[in-house]
Design a binder for this molecule. Structure first.
Ligand SMILES: Cc1cc2nc3c(=O)[nH]c(=O)nc-3n(C[C@H](O)[C@H](O)[C@H](O)COP(=O)(O)OP(=O)(O)OC[C@H]3O[C@@H](n4cnc5c(N)ncnc54)[C@H](O)[C@@H]3O)c2cc1C
Length: 302
């Protein structure tokens, strides 16, 4: 890489790895490399975003890499948060939780399961950091994470803090309406709708259903396409169903395969690149359009 980021190593709470192998930093395990900046505190985050912006270096934020296709060689450095927090907050149920963006949804699901937090079942089984889930408004058939968020705290590209009060127009389907270019979500305040002893049953059943119907052990990036609305009929068109009925389930391209378990998932079965995935997505999109006349938008970020 031509830019020199090693000066950031002198900042407290910052680690810099130049030209790092990033294969393990996305759930699809694409062959990829780039510069990775790991940030361990809010103060460090402020300094890093301000400094990179002053030097006109554009960066991307990386959560768990569960909804992102990493390019073979990234032109922008990745910022990844690794904030510590007081784990005692999860030892009991609270009315509200102030949590770092780097915490995993799996940790929060385990907490909801233990204490029966109503509303938190909506993100059952989604592999994500809290920050990535908020950015995407991640959700399941049970609902979306946006429904249990009170406030989101952000550091801007100029190193300034801003707090967003969430309202009914803050989120839409797999989308937030408050993160601007260069913003990094570092914390969020979540609430719940009370304690309900049925929640752990709901979470368990939902996890079982997901394990049965989705390729959770394979290298994937979740659903490739967003479902779309048929406005004339008021129905949801499920991308996986369309791919299935035109007979593409199981189709392969190089080391990639449309999952035999769920047709909206693409499995990486060896060495695959960003270019391979985009080529395969393009082929699938064209086939769906040709056979059904429906065009699905891509859900995964690229
Ligand atoms: C097996 C599997 C199943 C899945 N099932 C679901 C599902 O049921 N429902 C669903 O909604 N999704 C699902 N996904 C997709 C994925 O889990 C979600 O989109 C999730 O929200 C991504 O979170 P992440 O931390 O991995 O974010 P990343 O993929 O790392 O990033 C996604 C986007 O968020 C941005 N971002 C990440 N962190 C921050 C931050 N702190 N501040 C600002 N921007 C940030 C990134 O820059 C990027 O633009 C699935 C994925 C897999 C692999």
């Amino acid at each position: 890489m031509s830019r020199d980021l090693s000066y950031l190593k002198s900042f407290d709470g910052v680690e810099v790895e130049i030209d790092k192998d990033l294969k393990k930093f996305s759930t699809m395990r694409l062959s990829s490399s780039g510069d990775l900046i790991t940030i361990k505190s809010v103060e460090a985050l402020k300094k890093v975003t301000r400094s990179l912006t002053e030097k006109n270096i554009h960066y991307r934020v990386l959560g768990w890499g569960a909804n992102i296709l990493l390019p073979t060689r990234s032109d922008r450095p990745y910022l990844q948060l690794d904030f510590s927090f007081d784990k005692k907050i999860l030892e009991n149920s609270q009315e509200e939780y102030c949590l770092p963006a780097s915490i995993s949804l799996a940790t929060l699901t385990a907490h909801a399961n233990r204490f029966g937090l109503k509303g938190w079942e909506v993100f059952t089984g989604i592999p994500a950091s809290l920050g990535g889930a908020l950015f995407m408004n991640a959700g399941t058939n049970l609902g979306e994470i946006g429904s249990i968020v009170k406030e989101v705290s952000i550091i801007t590209k100029n190193g300034e803090e801003k707090t967003i009060k969430i309202n009914s127009s803050s989120f839409s389907y797999r989308h937030n309406h408050f993160v601007d270019e260069g913003d990094v979500i570092y914390q969020a305040r979540l609430f719940h709708f009370g304690i309900d002893s049925e929640i752990s049953k709901k979470i368990r059943e939902y996890l079982e259903m997901r394990t049965r119907t989705q390729p959770l052990k394979e290298w994937t990036c979740g659903c490739i396409f967003k479902n779309s609305q048929d406005l004339d009929r008021g129905q949801t068109c499920r991308a996986g169903h369309f791919i299935d009925i035109i007979g593409l389930k199981g189709l392969s391209y190089k080391n990639l395969q449309i999952s035999p378990k769920h047709a909206n998932f693409m499995e990486n079965r060896g060495e695959s690149s960003y270019e391979d995935v985009l080529t395969f997505i393009n082929i699938i999109q064209k086939e769906i359009l040709l056979h059904t006349g429906v065009s699905f938008q891509i859900e995964v970020e690229y």
